[in-house]
Design a protein around this ligand. Sequence first.
Ligand code: CTP
Ligand code: MG
Length: 546
Amino acid sequence: ACGFRFRVFSDGKRCSTSKVVRKPEVLPESKRQGTCQRKTFVQEQADRLEQANNSILIKCPQKVNQHQLLKSLERHGNIAHYHFFEPFKTMLLLQFERRDGVLSVQQSCNMPRPGKRFLLPNRSRFLLMSKHNDEFPDKRSAENERPHNLLQMLKDHSNVDGQLEGLVQHMQLTEEDIRLRFLVCSLLQDLCTAILPSVQIQPFGSSVNLFGRVGCDLDMFLDLGNLNIERKRTRVQRDSSLEFQVKMFRCERVATQTILSVVGNLLQHISPSFDSIQKVLNARCPVLRFCHSPSNLNCDLTASNRIALCMSETLNAFAQVDARVRPLVFAIRCWARAQNLTSTVSGAWITNFSLTLLVLFFLQQCSPSVIPTISHLRKLADRIDHRVIDSVNCTIVSDLSKITPSNNKQSLEDLLHGFFDFYGSFPFQKKSINIRTGQVQRRSDDSPMEIINPFEENLNVSKNVNKRQLLHFVELSQNASLKLEKQHQLSSNQSWGLMTLLQHGPTQQARATDGAASIHPTPKVERFTDLFHSLWSTKQGNPEAK
Ligand code: CTP
Ligand code: MG
């Protein structure tokens, strides 16, 4: 579009293009058949972090001359990738081929004139562009825009399977969204390494597990490295009698709370890009909550959360083993959001993570099963995949081509219907679900709903869900099943398929009149068009439920 040619890396291949326009990833049939060779999750994470390390983010004036800007940046080093963010088009994310490019740009930057104020020097990789660059009319390319009309998209499809696949295309994180998320981790890491040199900030959760939708929160954890391993290495080198003087804490929790608190202060007082900082240090999993304002991402930072990263890897693997997994998970998450079953704040209601485990468990129960169990993924693991974190075995196979594709040929519509039937009559009082074994088992706690954490089996992922919310989930599942059954009797101008599921049904309205809505913090979504905004909004809540 700007008539400027750069070398661009695309999935490891080098190609030439005037602008990088990445289409959202579509899982091809070959992946469903398990024939596609891809990077492992760990390699992908490492490559993306490396990419982010060589990247900068620039806030440009609204009608920036892109050509001129890119040309001036190319003087600092070869550009590997760039993207002007839509719909605002005022942010440029640019990756240099080498880190030198970043350093050179930073050296050429000025500190702002403080005038009568005082400034704290901060040399981050988020840069502001002053206005003297010639302004050009905004050349927005339609090709690059995210389709905003969800309703129209659903109407355009002639069957439920098409609607579900369309929903993924519509809602999923694009390549650029993912790059931006890794860049935010990398910017945060720059700040943290000033005080903790070996620290790494890694994303986990929906940003990397292939179930993330636009606007979902960015979960990160602060990885201090494996200190025990470092200790063993120094022991081998017996010639050294020197050791570092370090602060000692009475337990890991106190150390974690202290680190998060210090990082919170850094963000609050030193970095202008992070705001709305909230320290939630007394939660079961202490967390620092904040917003990265240039990207408008709501972020959660925890520490020592490697097990959660393994969980993300596992969900990512399930998303890849069968192409039906993502459409189903997206549909159930959107349905739950539309029905006010999930919320932008945490509380006694079901979370997206629990819903995902419910979908996976259901797919394991189908006959033949659509996806394998975690135990099976563990059996296929090689020796290098072996991972035990804090005595918890998190091993799963990393080479996904070893997983035999399922013989199950059910359509997405069938499976969606099956999900609602299954949970509309599931004996939650007596049974819990476990995606490690793929089997229901006898309840081990007295909370209304038990979804066993696949890695830490003594933890119940859905412990926060109260009886009322569980009943509501069951009732709405029954309702959704009925709606799907009746859809064949509908006239052509009525909503059908996924459209009916994403609209509020009678149960929702009944609930609003009996006062239950007042205990639920999600604003009541009245019309279908509002749903789009509700699905798009970012998450803000407290992490007690994690
Ligand atoms: N997690 C976990 N056990 C829990 C809650 C969360 O292991 N009880 C891990 C999961 O790997 C989850 C991640 O923490 O994916 C992030 O949690 P959360 O943000 O609640 O879920 P997401 O999957 O990121 O979904 P969302 O899009 O709602 O943020
Ligand atoms: Mg999340």
